[in-house]
Design a protein around this ligand. Structure first.
Ligand SMILES: [Zn+2]
Ligand SMILES: [Zn+2]
Ligand SMILES: [Zn+2]
Length: 159
């Protein structure tokens, strides 16, 4: 008798639902099956995190509560954790000479380079995103291609 290979439930993912187009923004952070909600990783001290939706290219703020509400089981086969990671764009605020940054997270292929980031950054449309000094709000295109910071985000990366 032939047994069909069972896909093994391996871990969970959290995700956001884009506030603009309702596409799913899957977060490639493997969360072990036994993890309690209180143990779900979330950057310390942050009430909101800005994420980019690659479908509508809008960047918006998302809260921890909605992160915790969305749970998706994953199997170890061809999982986004293998191919993608959370990166952070850092863009100068510049309003009234503010030296703060506009920080936007984006789920991108693990091998993404700064060249990929610069190419994409000018297509990002911010929707009421606050700079990291909490003073200025950005809406619309917020990037000049010459000043894009881009790095893997360690707070959103599994240890
Ligand atoms: Zn969207
Ligand atoms: Zn995964
Ligand atoms: Zn600012």
């Amino acid at each position: 008798m032939e047994m069909r290979a069972q896909e093994q439930l391996d871990h969970y993912h959290r995700y956001f639902i884009c506030h603009g187009c309702w596409a799913r923004i899957d977060i490639p952070l493997p969360i072990p099956l036994q993890t309690l909600p209180t143990q779900i990783p979330w950057p310390a001290g942050a009430t909101e995190q800005n994420f980019l939706c690659f479908v509508c290219r809008q960047a918006m703020a998302y809260g921890r509560e909605e992160f915790l509400a969305n749970l998706n089981p994953s199997t170890s086969d061809s999982d986004i954790c293998d191919s993608a990671a959370v990166f952070q764009f850092s863009l100068p605020c510049g309003i009234d000479n503010c030296a703060g940054l506009v920080e936007i997270h984006a789920v991108m292929s693990k091998d993404s380079s700064i060249a990929d980031a610069v190419g994409f950054a000018t297509k990002i449309s911010a929707v009421a995103i606050t700079c990291n000094r909490g003073i200025h709000t950005h809406s619309g295109p917020c990037v000049s291609a010459s000043s894009v910071g881009f790095a893997l985000d360690k707070e959103w990366t599994a240890a």
